[in-house]
Design a protein around this ligand. Structure first.
Ligand SMILES: NC(=O)C1=CN([C@@H]2O[C@H](COP(=O)(O)OP(=O)(O)OC[C@H]3O[C@@H](n4cnc5c(N)ncnc54)[C@H](O)[C@@H]3O)[C@@H](O)[C@H]2O)C=CC1
Ligand SMILES: O=C(O)C1=N[C@H](C(=O)O)C[C@H](O)C1
Length: 249
């Protein structure tokens, strides 16, 4: 069987550099292009790329991914900053490229993917739910893509179960101490030197609490997920939001 021909975009970044190594070492994958911020995406078109891995910055990712879809290249995206409007625009574009797939994965770590699933399962059983994410201070966006995705999934599970809004008597909060609110779920972002990425999901009901925590101690946590996604994306078409869609969770 022919090797899957892979390009990494954002190859000089923290994630991109590790992805280059992981793809180079992975059986059945062949790294054929690495692009940095000054390289043109056009250069990919003569290289018969099967899968592009996009690990850049929130300001660049949408244009990069749209270019790749327009040229029918399956794409695995780790970059954050994908809001509902950008996702629906991408879905519309993918509808015109019926054989092409894009995975937008807020988090490639299996621990984080499972934590989100556990949170979704727990959500209908608790009155209160809040998300706390902790990242390195170089991170450009807040709340993290993972925290947004977690809050959205908790909110959807609560909604499906017919739960009312989370209880909260706060009337006075001039400085935003209650954090961001994503689909009715409060999300708090901490930036801490020495951290890679962590998330805590706090649930509470009368007399009890449940805390789910996931820690990524280094970017190596994300590499098996990237390799899995690159290997399986050709089995899909359209937009997949979250690695869980490829893991049968
Ligand atoms: N989904 C996941 O599991 C993970 C996602 N991330 C996300 O991945 C993204 C990248 O993270 P890091 O590698 O830590 O950031 P980074 O800042 O170290 O790397 C980003 C790289 O992209 C390059 N770049 C910017 N615009 C570009 C363009 N148009 N074309 C090509 N390269 C371009 C920059 O020059 C830089 O080298 C962030 O959005 C981060 O939140 C980070 C870790 C895990
Ligand atoms: O910027 C990071 O580092 C990370 N970004 C992703 C996010 O925003 O959720 C994934 C992980 O948390 C690391």
């Amino acid at each position: 069987m022919n090797a899957i021909r892979v390009a990494v975009i954002g190859a000089q970044g923290r994630m991109g550099a590790q992805a280059v190594d992981a793809i180079t070492e992975a059986e059945g994958l062949e790294l054929v292009a690495t692009l940095g911020s000054s390289d043109s995406l056009e250069s990919l078109l003569e290289k018969s790329i099967d899968v592009a891995v996009e690990l850049t910055v929130p300001a660049s990712t949408e244009a990069n991914v749209r270019f790749l879809v327009e040229h029918d290249i399956d794409t695995v995206v780790g970059t954050t900053g994908w809001d509902a409007e950008k996702l629906s625009g991408l879905e519309e574009l993918l509808a015109k490229h019926a054989d092409t797939a894009v995975l937008i994965a807020p988090n490639f770590s299996i621990g984080a993917v499972l934590a989100m699933r556990f949170a979704e399962l727990a959500a209908p059983y608790f009155d209160s739910a809040e998300v706390v994410e902790i990242h390195h201070p170089r991170k450009l966006d807040a709340p993290s893509g993972t925290a947004n995705h977690t809050a959205q999934r908790i909110a959807a599970a609560r909604n499906d179960a017919g739960l009312p809004p989370v209880p909260d008597a706060t009337e006075i909060d001039p400085n935003g101490a209650r954090g961001a609110v994503v689909d009715g779920i409060h999300v708090h972002a901490i930036r801490q030197q020495g951290m890679t990425a962590s998330e805590e999901i706090h649930f509470g009901s009368s007399g009890e609490a449940l805390t789910i925590r996931t820690d990524s101690h280094s970017s190596s946590a994300f590499m098996p997920g990237i390799v899995t996604a690159v290997r399986s994306i050709s089995d899909y078409t359209g937009l997949l939001h979250g690695l869980e869609n490829m893991l049968d969770l």
